[in-house]
Design a protein around this ligand. Sequence first.
Ligand code: FUC
Length: 892
Amino acid sequence: MNIRKLTTTLWAVSALTVLPMTDAAAAATPQPDRIEDRSAKPLRLWYDAPAPDSELGWANASMPMGNGYMGINLFGGIEKERIQITENSLYDGGGPGGFRRRGLNNFAEVYIDFDHKEVSHYQRELDLNEAVARVRYAQDGVEYSREYFTSYPDKVMAIRLRASKAGSLSFTLRPTIPFLGEAKRGTVQAKGDTITLSGVMTHYQIQFEGQFKVIPEGGRMQAGEGTLQVTDADSAVILIAVGTNYELDPKVFLTAEPAKKLEGFPSPHAKVTGYMAAASAKSYDELLAKHQADYEALFNRADLDFGAAVPSITTDKLVDAYPDGRYSLYLEELAFQFGRYMLICSSRPGTLPPNLQGIWNVYEKPPWASQYLHDTNVQMAYAPVFSANLPELFKSYADFFKAFQPQQEAYATQYIKKYNPSQLDPDGDNGWSGPFWANPYNVPGKSSIAGFGTGSWIAQMFWDYYDFTRDESLLAETVYPVMYEQANFVSRFVQEIDGALLAKPSSSPEQKIRDTIGTTFDQQMFYENHHNTLKAAEVLGRSDSRLELYAQQLPQLDPIQVGKSGQIKEFRQEEFYCDFKGNNGKASIDPHHRHTSMLLGSYPGQLINDTTPAWQDAVEKTLTLRTRKSHIGWARAERIAFWARVHDGDEAYLFYRDLLAGNFLHNLFNDHRGGPLFQADGNYGATAGVTELLLQSQDYVVSPLPALPKVWPNGSFSGLLARGNFEVSAQWTNAQATQIEVLSKSGGTLDLRYPNVARAVIQTAAGQSVNFVASGRDQIRIETRKGTRYVLTEIPEYQAVAAPADLNLVRNSVDQVELSWSASPDATSYQLYRAVGNAPDYVLVASELTGTDFVYRAADLKEIEQMTFKVTAVRADGRESRKGATAVCLMP
Ligand code: FUC
């Protein structure tokens, strides 16, 4: 049985059966907050009162919807329903420059006035299973219900208003244009069954239009001044379509004169009229069915279950209870799904990508102008797009990028001329340089706030677009050219300094020290893109002229520097954690800064992974030093993922908890830093972070449950995506996987890591036996067939070996180090490793140590300035602890 359909039916059934709404009858009626009445878990936000009709109500309590063409915030008002519409191209570029521009504008405020006041049994809900919102209540023995959805295939919002008694539905539809004035002119006119709202946003000469069509059943309809009044109807459908004359075209970015950017593009009237004509030719039920099929094809791909019971309290109460220590598992599941929901609402092919506020903006001057910020925020919006199995949603960004790329190519030539003129291609073949912020009309080029690494970070998203989908034509046509030309820019931009090829100037996003050389942010991003470009060229069999140069440059890009505190340095000049004072010796690095850009090689990058354990330990050390002090939403989300990548699910979970407790509002919008100030990145990032706890594949080894927190001992997930286009599901009990399933969507080699996996029963879903090669006890390789599902069961239990702790060392002479550590309860012996300087991996230097101290001597010690020691525990069964006790040893 399809549970989504059942949910709808129950609403419909209860809508008919609760009448008359006496208390006794109401009690006997299936209430939608009772999970026991349903066959499966509903994912929904629900409330027993409308969202307050205020700015705060918008941010905190309204229910977001969207189809890429429009974002909706729905209040569910009784006397006055308020539907706020956002269209991501309606942008006011006026006001002072940069971030201080006025920015994205509120498209429309739509009201539906009802003659309802003293109502009972009020409920509103946003159902994530179907992407449908509902409101219902009773008045004078009549039950009123409303249903809302935004359809991507039909490009409209549809609303159905119903009453349980014929002839009792009366309302006035009243769309308005907010913030009319010099910057925005427009009118609202009603004629026949349609209201047309149209006007011009003057700065960029954006023509906008919205059409609102009312289709009543029974009763009468009358047009007023920009209104449609319906009286005594049985029910009614309202359809909404919006648009502007914006088109994604390089010309928009390359044209300097604001008023000329959209010149020549047709008025939106024909387009919006076409959407409306096509949609109104269908019945409401047809529109709904098409919407559900489209949405569910994306949403139902992935699922998550920590065994939460569905709470009987409203979502606002659930959110409020969470910081009080009532850590609802349901909220933890819901927030994961909500980020996926928001991405589906805000990032559809053919529409603009999600900006800082996704596709939801009520303001005239939104925070940071609702732009696209490329030093973390855009990347975070897309952080879950591949891993949470929604790869086609990246297309909206890929198309946006393509439109502004020519402008970035023009900048690239300017920057090479300015910063490294000897490398300039006089014909302008200098690749493209990384932007910082962008909006649908402008990309202003370099900013010393961010560093040029933003470009390679963008290219990394493109690489992942291929790497998770393994679509070779996508690689050839879309992905590779972006990567190759980014590497082109980088290969000309870097300068040889102290034997390395370094960015100059270089910044680490948002740190006060700017325009220095070779920050880890820039170097890591450059390295990853050079590396991945070479890989992509290999897949495609390309031999383009600069590939050889990229290969030569790669080792000199020197991406990782380990500091004297054992940290990954953020600045090359840093020695101990955050001690670099800038070029002038006076600046300071914020040791608890929200940005942790030096760790991007660990996440979302691939450079630091399980094959580079010394770097992994340096990441962990850095995270420990960065502490939990930052209360910025997206930064908390990002740290879930960082901790997941170093396999510490419990620490990662604390950031998830902080985020849900400290940043999530009643409608689950992420509050950036109080205010509330809504930023969508923390929502998308929460989903991405949770995904990293459940599945990783950065080193091309598919790793289910790599960092499971203790608080989720039992559960399951399904339909997450790993590199190589493997769709993975798992079930676990007492923190042990009981079943792992991998669907090979492109064929190819599957490497899979899980403790004791080599002793599992491995079959296809059809029950055929599977040939595999084991590499040790914990890793297997299967040459998969495309379309085949591989099922692993009877995986022998595994208990992790506890690591030793508190490694102390005394280097009492140049060639001798005395080490001691606290015992592991599991150890029968210990192993000692060292990693010299910036080495990614350790070398084993002593084993079968039975005590908790050791004197280490080595002939080469006197030449070593800095190294990291690590002690691990070995159990009687030969198993070694994954983590160890580490300490940095410096020259005395
Ligand atoms: C970057 C971040 C801020 C904020 C802003 C919109 O500058 O450092 O925290 O998210 O973008």
